[in-house]
Design a binder for this molecule. Structure first.
Ligand code: G3I
Length: 333
């Protein structure tokens, strides 16, 4: 096969990537490569609350609609990201929400946004990053604005409303720091499992776990057995699993492209070989396709200021070793 989506498809898996409206719409070469490599698209920022619901009675679907149309035209599936998050909460919401009105604001938002894209979305990240064991809550819940307004029930509420608004979409809980054998991440996996278990027990309509997999190039403390056990535990709850936001940052790796790319590729392959052993994994998305467009240039810049290389394609949209690794992992899964 010539593309990552073709390697994935041979095993009944999806490969795709996040992308921003601003990049896909302005760079035709990028759009062409995106369509060649990907079977599924996540809007990187365009469906987030502050973008899509900038004022109390004002929704802006323009960028999301463009992406949905793009996906449809090129036969890509589309993910929804994200309905409930502690970030990208617009100022108006922070200023007006309180324990009395937050539930109805949340329901209205989810009905409107998930309703607008009803039938077009493969899977929604209904709730994103609700666990932060370091926040000290006994259940490991993050003390996010939503938690402050509504307590732990906001999670169940969000899934129920999303199911009503779009009965066809798979509904996912999505989170990061679930990958390594270090105390914080071990505790976080445990807390996520407890959350998923309790949601299933309550009858919350949840269908999957999204594992973001933002990995570090220099310090990868994998324990394949622990990771596999976690995925098996999730699967035993009758939940699907997707790797939703994978990338491997290269801050701390040598400047030399060959060395850097080799290490990054190694991390991709090691991680995916382990994860793809779990039969409930249905797909892998990277958080960006090309090194030209990655959140890491701004959020994890290298000390030597050299351009970062965390993704499968380089800045000219040519496959790197990481591309080969992802392809190999699909092929050997
Ligand atoms: O578009 C404006 C630009 O006009 C302005 O000049 C510039 C000044 O800082 O900011 C630009 O907006 C930035 C936007 O990314 C587009 O690049 C925001 O400041 C910045 O906060 C925003 O970051 C996004 C971040 O989520 C926060 O929403 C990243 O692009 C996006 O990749 C990142 O994605 C998250 C997932 O949603 C959840 N999981 C982790 C992942 C990585 O942090």
């Amino acid at each position: 096969p010539k593309s990552l989506k073709a390697y994935a498809a041979r095993k009944g898996l999806l490969y795709g990537s996040a992308a921003a409206y601003s990049k896909l719409s302005e760079n035709q070469e990028f759009a062409r490569r995106f369509i060649e490599e990907c079977a599924i698209l996540t809007p990187e920022n365009d469906l987030k609350w502050h973008k899509i619901h900038p004022k109390p009675n004002d929704y802006d679907f323009s960028r999301g609609d463009w992406l949905a149309e793009f996906a449809k035209r090129h036969k890509l599936k589309m993910r929804g990201h994200t309905l409930v998050w502690h970030q990208s909460i617009p100022k108006w919401l922070k200023e007006t929400a309180n324990p009395q009105n937050a539930e109805s604001i949340l329901k209205e938002h989810i009905m409107t946004v998930a309703g607008h894209y009803q039938g077009l979305i493969h899977s929604w990240d209904v709730v994103n990053e609700a666990i932060e064991v370091r926040d000290g809550h006994p259940l490991g819940l993050r003390k996010s604005p939503w938690f402050q307004w509504l307590g732990k029930d906001y999670i169940d509420i969000a899934f129920r409303v999303a199911a009503e608004a779009d009965p066809h979409a798979l509904l996912f809980y999505n989170d990061y720091d679930l990958d390594y054998d270090i105390p914080h991440q071990n505790a976080k996996r445990e807390a996520v499992l407890n959350l998923l278990r309790s949601l299933k027990e309550q009858g919350t309509p949840i269908h999957g776990l999204g594992i973001q997999a933002h990995l570090s190039g220099p310090e990868t403390r994998f324990n394949a057995e622990k990771l596999k056990q976690f995925l098996a535990d999730v699967a035993s709850l009758d939940l699907k699993i997707m790797v939703t936001e994978m990338d491997v940052y290269d801050r701390g790796l040598p400047y030399d492209y060959e060395k850097r790319d080799r290490r990054i590729a190694e991390v991709y392959e090691m991680y995916l070989n382990t994860v793809l052993e779990e039969p409930n994994v249905i797909g892998v998305l990277t958080w960006g396709l090309s090194d030209r467009y990655t959140w890491l240039s701004k959020h994890r810049p290298r000390n030597d200021k050299a351009p970062v290389r965390p993704l499968p394609l380089d800045r000219e949209f040519k496959p790197k070793l990481a591309w080969e690794s992802i392809a190999n992992s699909f092929a050997s899964s």
